[in-house]
Design a protein around this ligand. Structure first.
Ligand code: BGC
Length: 755
């Protein structure tokens, strides 16, 4: 149904319009009964419904209706499977229709700048490309059910410490390349109905009143059509916010801010047209739900539980395996650690779900009559051994053929609201793993955590299976993976560093509480470790399988590219092992032109492909000029210099199997204003000024450098070029090669060829 919203708005009083700009309560918008405008409900996400019908809160403290807890984003991102994300979205969208929820508050897509951010379990990745593709698929899924999403937290909200007031001090380049593209891709590909602005400031301005962020980048640059909602109570100056493009304040300010909007219109400081524009956005989204209710939707908790199990199995990452996994059917196995009976499957805070059912790995194994002994050994809540925990664990491990230790982080170690102080497991768990591995060579560690932990024992155990916070089906999924009913196919969406001290933001996280400096710039995650050639525990994209994959036949659709072209990259992948499995083909791009300040390589494509034993499939991916580019602040645009780029295809960021090169040509030119300080290097690199300089240099022709430039000896020429590159024009005067008037003349000529 097409609604005439402009006419509807023209019938509204100023007060009614302002009233729509904030919530009625924690989860509801305000109705305008006189005009038949209903109130609608929204609910947290992102990995299940936290629908509160009684006491409300934004920290997950009070009860919510029984729902299904799907794997958290730390896990779903590791699936590298956009279809899985879309299916998750679709399922959640249907649940929302059944529960009459108009907007699901998710996905959460902030970049994992440091492994210590308390909320990383809810976020996807350290990589913006992966984040964007996965978020777009999730949104597509939810919105296919005519339910809105709220991609959050926009933007540069990468820590919990002082999240409501701290300023993220970050360059535009790092924002455009690292912190924003996840949102950008989601907006361009899937148009989320709403976007949730974050609490923090960005370079001194609150996100909720950041004109550059909300009106310029989000709407003008990316074409966002929905409305912007605050994170819960993220408003600072309401009138400034509405002008900057913030539409809805949640939950509410009990009319205080609505009154400020009314007063601002009356005293002329706020143009009523800006308010009308906001109201139109709010009503457009509201009616897109109200007019498309699905009365037949049913929240089938048992069916959705099964989906949660299947998804958890697709997300888990097999980090190490010396062949001990999968377990043999009749193996005598000791399950050690309380997480076997009480899995940790979700994180704390606003995403906390009241699960319909949680089945542990232990229960599942018992139900399947597996030969298991069980020793709880340590607490799931504290860094504490249970009575005789260590001794019992060692004895059980000795008496079994295999020991599986169910390790993980207690709830209190990571949550919304605060950051971790270190990257360790509880000390007793590290100690127990070492002790068990010392007596049982077939020791397997299963991890339940929302973000990386240091694993000092990694080389002394036989296998490590990362289940992340896998949702309420994590125990059943874990059983299937351990015992070979499923083949692990997750890949790390984040690097596991060896130590927290190795992380790029280590010296600048989480800042002094007022400001946090993103001094590492674009060198986040593998972009940093790769560029520094640093060893890590497990690299971005890593993940093992019970089968093997071979790569062959890398083909590029062309050897050259320009600003407008699309390059298709295809590669054959073969399952050369004995069981069916899924490979995640990863495509990275690398600038070979020595351009300053570019990470060693960046992810620009991925595809998950299912292969039977012996089967080969051709996988194709596409890149454009944008994928080769970086953000140049002076240009205000994406830019890739003409030159050569490597296309790297493989199994993980540290396991590239095939490479090719493409030659790129651009017509874009970097801004250049020549002055006395401009160097020979800059002028010789720029196609506009290079000919003038070469001519000038040919005329000069003498002197030591000139002689070296003309030398037959390549190393002498290289030395001369290197020396010359850093020489500013003014140096010509001091070296007596030209007088100031001649240099002024040269500068004028150069500036005129640029213009
Ligand atoms: C969180 C949001 C959440 C909101 C409502 C805030 O504290 O940052 O992610 O959607 O509360 O619960």
């Amino acid at each position: 149904m097409e609604r005439d919203l402009k006419t509807l708005i023209s019938k509204m009083t100023l007060e009614e319009k302002a009233s729509l700009c904030s919530g009625a309560s924690f989860w509801y918008t305000k109705p305008v009964e006189r005009l038949g405008i209903p109130a609608v409900m929204m609910t947290d996400g992102p990995h299940g419904l936290r629908k509160q019908v009684d006491e409300s809160d934004h920290l997950g403290l009070n009860e919510s209706v029984v729902a299904v807890c799907f794997p958290a984003a730390c896990a779903t991102a590791s699936s590298f499977d956009t279809e899985l994300m879309a299916k998750l979205g679709e399922t959640l969208g249907n649940e929302c229709q059944a529960e009459n929820i108009s907007i699901l508050l998710g996905p959460a897509v902030n970049i994992k700048r440091s492994p210590l951010c308390g909320r990383n379990f809810e976020y996807m990745s350290e990589d913006p490309y992966l984040t964007g593709k996965m978020a777009a698929a999730y949104i597509r899924g939810v919105q296919s059910q005519n339910v809105g999403t709220s991609i959050k937290h926009f933007a540069a909200n990468n820590q919990e410490f002082n999240r409501m007031s701290c300023s993220s001090e970050v360059s535009e380049r790092a924002l455009r390349e690292i912190y924003l593209p996840g949102f950008e891709e989601a907006v361009k590909a899937s148009q989320p109905k709403t976007i949730m602005c974050s609490y923090n400031k960005i370079n001194g301005t609150y996100a909720s009143e950041n004109e550059w962020l909300l009106n310029k980048v989000l709407r003008d640059d990316w074409g966002f059509k929905g409305y912007v909602v605050t994170d819960w109570s993220a408003v600072a100056d309401r009138v400034k916010g509405i002008k900057a493009g913030l539409d809805l304040e949640m939950p509410s300010s009990n009319g205080v801010n609505d009154a400020k909007i009314v007063a601002a219109v009356k005293d002329g400081t706020l143009d009523e047209k800006i308010l009308d524009r906001t109201v139109e956005r709010l009503l457009t989204v509201l009616y897109s739900y109200v007019d498309n209710r699905n009365p037949d939707a049913v929240f089938d908790r048992s069916a959705d539980h099964e989906k949660a199990v299947d998804m958890a199995a697709e997300c888990a990452v097999l980090l190490e395996n010396n062949g001990v996994l999968p377990l043999k059917k009749d193996a005598k196995v000791a399950y050690i650690g309380s997480f076997a009976a009480v899995p940790r499957y979700q994180g704390g805070g606003s995403s906390h779900i009241n699960p319909s059912k949680v089945t542990s790995a232990l229960e599942t194994a018992q139900a399947k009559n597996r030969e298991i002994t069980y020793v709880p050994a340590f607490s799931t809540e504290k860094d504490e051994l249970l009575e005789n925990g260590l001794e019992n664990a060692i004895a059980a491990a000795k008496n079994a053929e295999v020991a599986v230790i169910f390790a993980g982080l207690p709830d209190s170690f990571e949550s919304e609201g605060y950051d971790r102080k270190h990257m360790n497991l509880p000390k007793v768990q590290d100690k127990l793993i070492e002790a068990v591995a010392a007596v049982q060579p077939n020791t397997i560690v299963v991890l339940h955590n929302g973000s990386p932990v240091e694993c000092p024992w990694a080389e002394r155990v036989a296998a490590i299976l990362e289940m992340y916070l896998g949702g309420q089906g994590v125990g059943e999924a874990c059983d299937r993976l351990l015992w070979g009913e499923c083949n692990p196919c997750g890949r790390l969406a984040e690097t596991f560093p060896l130590r927290i001290q190795d992380t790029p933001s280590y010296l600048n996280f989480p800042g002094d509480g007022k400001k946090v400096h993103y001094a590492e710039g674009v060198y986040v995650g593998y972009r940093y470790y790769d560029s520094r050639e640093m060893p890590v525990r497990w690299a971005f994209g890593h993940g093992l399988s019970y089968t093997k994959f071979e790569y062959s036949n890398l083909v590029l659709s062309a050897n050259t590219m320009d600003d407008a072209s699309k390059l298709t990259i295809s590669v054959d992948v073969t399952n050369s092992g004995a069981v069916a499995g899924k490979e995640v083909v990863q495509l990275y791009v690398r600038d070979l032109n020595g351009t300053e300040g570019r990470p060693y390589k960046e992810l620009k494509g991925f595809r998950k492909v299912a292969l039977k034993p012996g089967e080969t499939k051709t996988v194709s991916m596409e890149i454009t000029a944008r994928d080769l580019s970086y953000w140049v602040e002076e240009l205000g645009d994406w830019y890739a210099p003409s030159g050569n780029y490597a296309v790297l295809v493989g199994h993980a960021s540290d396991d590239i199997r095939l490479t090719a090169e493409v030659q790129f040509t651009t017509t874009k030119l970097l801004p250049l204003v020549v002055s006395m300080s401009t160097t020979f290097g800059e002028l010789l690199k720029d196609p506009r000024t290079a000919p003038v300089m070469q001519q000038m240099m040919a005329k000069m022709g003498q002197g030591a450098v000139g002689a070296m430039m003309g030398s037959e000896d390549p190393s002498a020429r290289a030395m001369a070029e290197a020396m010359l590159a850093g020489l500013p024009l003014k140096a010509l005067v001091s070296f007596g090669a030209a007088n100031p008037e001649q240099i002024e003349g040269l500068i004028n000529t150069l500036n005129s060829v640029i213009a």
